[in-house]
Write a protein that binds this ligand. Structure first.
Ligand code: C5P
Length: 217
């Protein structure tokens, strides 16, 4: 594997790209970027400061004021650990809403690219393969059916003691897919040079193994 090495992974919500990317980064000793967490942190900050999620100008102003940090896998907003808070469903939905603004996306481009240093990086999100790292050494589009993604999310939430239904989760996932795929700027799409992997019926380890095989090819 050449060094530095850059792996970019995109895919819809719940496709398993977060867990897979984290494991890959550990195995290969590369940095890890969860770009979705950046959008979630900005969304959380906007919610706390009551900024209108449709107001691009105010959101850009907000980004310039906030301090975003990732330390040991935890997410910090103005030096406060909000790792749990940003995982709430409503923050995810609001992250999708603010993610449509081009100026906001441009504002965080350099910040994201700085993660590519040292041995390299595994970056995951919606536009890693298409916009942020178009020259990545390996591009993966990790997919999974809506049914499978809703089932995985259901299992996660039930183990956490949450009262949810598969039906409402399916609706949430479908709505978020639509927002992410149909927006004008940096929509979720498959890069022409990306390998498409469908993780339906595959365990995390099997998915990681498939990607490792692509690297050694
Ligand atoms: O990946 P995650 O579900 O945490 O991302 C939350 C939202 O942030 C996504 O639904 C998407 O709208 C937005 N996002 C994005 N571009 C990225 C990563 C996330 O627009 N690279």
């Amino acid at each position: 594997m050449k060094k530095p090495y850059l792996i970019a992974i995109d895919g819809p919500a719940g496709s398993g790209k977060g867990t897979v990317a984290k494991l890959l980064s550990k195995k290969l000793n590369l940095n890890y970027l969860d770009s979705g967490a950046i959008y979630r942190l900005i969304a959380l900050s906007a919610m706390e400061k009551k900024v209108d999620l449709d107001d691009e100008k105010d959101l850009v102003y907000l980004i310039r004021q906030v301090n975003i940090n990732f330390i040991d896998g935890q997410s910090f907003l103005n030096n406060v650990d909000v790792s749990q808070k940003i995982r709430h469903e409503v923050v995810g939905v609001n992250a999708s809403i603010i993610a449509k603004h081009l100026k906001l996306r441009k504002e965080i481009l350099t910040f994201q690219r700085k993660f590519f240093q040292g041995n390299g990086l595994v970056a995951e999100g919606r536009d890693m393969t298409t916009v942020v790292f178009p020259n990545a050494d390996l591009k993966i589009y990790l997919d999974a059916s809506v049914k499978e993604r809703a089932k995985r999310r259901y299992k996660q939430l039930i183990t956490k003691g949450k009262d949810v239904s598969i039906h409402s989760l399916t609706e949430d996932i479908t709505a978020r897919d639509r927002l992410d795929r149909e927006r004008i700027h940096s929509p979720l799409s498959i890069a022409s040079d990306a390998f498409v992997l469908n993780s339906d019926g595959l365990s995390i380890d099997q998915t990681v193994y498939k990607i490792l095989k692509l690297i050694t090819k």
